[in-house]
Design a binder for this molecule. Structure first.
Ligand code: F6R
Length: 246
């Protein structure tokens, strides 16, 4: 496997890492207005979306021709649920910019046939020409999307059993740990790694080990983000705490 040079950017604060990611996304939108964006939820991308909204409101960028595919959604959660990733995206980005509603895609975690939904999601991404720019966070266990530590990489979009560490990490968004869904639909490693450009954003000391293992460790499905070492155009945007073990 060819190993590429990773672009690692370390900033004093998480906000700056977010602004840098937004600058790269803005450049992509200016270069290719009909960009296919792969988007993430969670705490890490919030500063990115804030900065993108500012650039949109300043008239610097438009999402009017862009298309987006989110990485994942919880199984069994209504899109209107306050913890759904659909709702997160609406509140953190889509309600504030000019994305066309029909251009927004988030996996349907409520579908009766989840395997079929997952297959169709991959097919839709392929039909759109693949993802131009994929924004990622990273789990404390090195997951990207909800591709959890495993003995192999799963290529296609699929239903995932969330690990205890992910359930505990995501408890903060729910009333209690019992309310955290146990499963999610997640994009697989193929669509993520076929994205032409990947931006991985991480902040805080609880991500330092995962960031270290992803960048400096061996490529292993036990640390799913380590596969990015084989990607030709990946940027890691980190604050000092997340970069502390590099
Ligand atoms: C979210 C996702 C996850 C998160 C990761 C980090 O769509 O796919 O991989 O990026 O769990 O979450 P935060 O940013 O909340 O620490």
């Amino acid at each position: 496997m060819k190993i590429h040079v990773l672009k690692i950017h370390v900033f004093d604060r998480a906000e700056q890492a977010g602004q840098a990611a937004a600058a790269l996304i803005a450049a992509q939108l200016l270069r290719k207005p009909d960009t296919v964006l792969g988007l993430a939820t969670g705490s890490s991308p919030i500063p990115v979306y804030k900065a993108l909204i500012r650039l949109y409101k300043m008239g610097v960028i438009s999402f009017g021709q862009a298309v987006s595919y989110n990485l994942d959604e919880y199984v069994g959660i209504d899109p209107a649920h306050e913890c759904s990733y659909h709702r997160f995206m609406d509140e953190q980005l889509f309600n504030h910019v000019d994305m066309r509603p029909e251009a927004i895609h988030v996996p349907d975690g409520q579908a009766a046939d989840l395997a079929r939904t997952a297959r169709n999601y991959d097919a839709a991404i392929r039909a759109a020409g693949g993802i131009d720019l994929q924004l990622l966070g990273i789990g404390r266990n090195g997951h990207i999307g909800f591709n959890e530590p495993n003995d192999h990489f799963v290529g296609g979009c699929h239903v995932v059993d969330l690990t205890q560490s992910t359930i505990e990490a995501n408890q903060r968004f729910f009333n209690s740990i019992d309310d955290v869904p146990r499963q999610a639909v997640s994009l697989g490693i193929t669509a993520i790694t076929q994205a032409k450009t990947v931006l991985l954003i991480a902040s805080g000391s609880d991500k330092a080990q995962a960031v270290h293992d992803a960048i400096r460790g061996e490529i292993t499905p036990q640390v799913q983000a380590s596969i990015l070492q084989a990607h030709p155009d990946v940027h890691f945007l980190l604050d000092r705490d997340a970069a502390a073990l590099l």
